[in-house]
Design a binder for this molecule. Structure first.
Ligand code: LLP
Length: 388
């Protein structure tokens, strides 16, 4: 079977040093439009983009212009969000281990909320806020103990994981809060995993949150904000058929199953679903090498440019965009001195030769941002569809 992908401006790619990230900004904007049109049906739904998925300044700028907030997990991400123009009232700061300098930076900037994961962290934020004569708004990250049925490395909502506060500790936490005068409880935060495509999992989360809200309610605690985290997955198999995730089904699941108290706001922290499909890693074939009973396509991109296949055995669709010859099977590998530096085995590619361009799809999330310089490699540069 022959397959030619015509969506990439291949002639323009010829002059760019590979490997590089190519972002389809039009698709990103369309994705944001869908998110906005779905959430505009409700006056109390707010999306904070999870900066960890992709902190490229141009990508952040487009997301900020669409009106989303920013969900940050480090001082560096708070700085990146501020630099991109997100206003502090639209920035939240999560993470299991916030350093003092990061807390100070966030308090100085006046971010809207810290998602807090333990009593010692609560005490530390209170101490720093007191020194700065400020009051920090906090949401408690509760570990919902709901299985997201996704890869174990990206499951976070089980009691065995390091994340969040176990609900059995709620009395201790509430008691602690009464002692602290420089923190104010404004929300409950949940996040149970990533790359979740089964809406039943989100339904289970919503039902669990209802139970947890009841537990707080019985203790006379009603918070302003419920934050359900991120996690909506994308179709890595069919990026062209499903370039935009089913945001309608996602928000509907919460509308149907999550019970909000009057005036409560519902927050979402979507990362992957916003940026994944707009990004592609473009690489060149260095050599085609005959192995024993197989062929290797050796690329100039490796696990340093996109670590997901090596780290999570993640699938990314791989295409030869220079060739329209008959398909053949290749093990597609990188140049790094690690056996795990493999993008896929027995991948059907249009017959491949040295110099062909290879597109590794759905790489907009957790791609460029997780690139490293291992082997003293250069970091891949980003290019944008409206700027090349
Ligand atoms: N909120 C919190 C608290 C999170 O920990 C995460 C992701 C998100 C939101 C955004 O989740 P998303 O909507 O992107 O699923 N590097 C891995 C994914 C790690 C996700 C970590 N937390 C990967 O490449 O699959």
């Amino acid at each position: 079977m022959r397959e030619v992908t015509r969506d990439f401006p291949i002639e323009k790619f010829e002059n760019i040093q590979t490997p590089f990230y190519y972002y389809n900004t039009q698709l990103l904007k369309e994705t944001l439009d869908v998110i906005n049109s779905e959430t505009s049906k409700f006056d109390n739904y707010h999306v904070h983009y999870a900066v960890k998925a992709n902190a490229n300044p141009i990508i952040l700028g487009i997301i900020k212009d669409a009106g989303l907030g920013a969900d940050c997990v480090s001082g560096g991400e708070v700085e990146a969000a501020l630099k991109a123009g997100f206003t502090p009232d639209k920035i939240v700061f999560a993470g299991v281990g916030k350093s003092d300098w990061e807390i100070t930076l966030a308090l100085e900037a006046g971010i809207s909320c810290f998602n807090v994961e333990s009593i010692p962290e609560l005490e530390n934020i209170d101490r720093i806020a007191k020194e700065m004569r400020k009051c920090a708004s906090v949401a408690l990250r509760i570990n919902p103990n709901v299985d997201a049925h996704t890869h174990s490395y990206i499951t976070t909502g089980l009691s065995e994981n390091k994340f969040g506060i176990d609900i059995s500790m709620i009395d201790n936490v509430l008691e602690c809060l009464t002692q602290l005068s420089n923190v104010k409880l404004v929300g409950l935060h949940f996040h149970f995993g990533s790359q979740i495509t089964d809406m039943d999992s989100f339904r289970s989360l919503a039902i669990r949150i209802n139970e947890i809200q009841e537990i707080f309610y019985r203790r006379m605690v009603i918070v302003d904000n419920i934050n359900v985290g991120g996690g909506l997955g994308v179709d890595y198999q069919n990026p062209d058929i499903n370039p935009i995730p089913d945001f309608h089904a996602y928000f509907e699941t919460f509308r149907k199953h999550l019970v909000l108290r009057p005036k409560q706001h519902l927050h979402f922290e979507l990362g992957r679903s916003v940026v994944c499909q707009c990004g592609t890693l473009i690489s060149k074939v260095l050599y085609v090498k005959e192995g024993i009973g197989k062929k290797f396509a050796i690329l100039d991109a490796g696990m340093t440019d996109l670590i997901r296949p090596a780290l999570y055995q993640a699938y990314h669709k791989i295409e030869n965009i220079s060739s329209d010859a008959e398909k053949e099977a290749y093990d597609v590998v990188g140049p790094i001195c690690e056996s795990s530096d493999c993008f896929g085995k027995a991948i059907e590619l249009n017959s491949t030769k040295r110099g062909d361009l290879i597109a590794i799809r759905s790489a907009g999330a957790y791609g460029e941002i997780m690139a490293s310089q291992y082997n003293c490699r250069r970091l891949p540069k980003p290019y944008f569809s409206d700027k090349i």
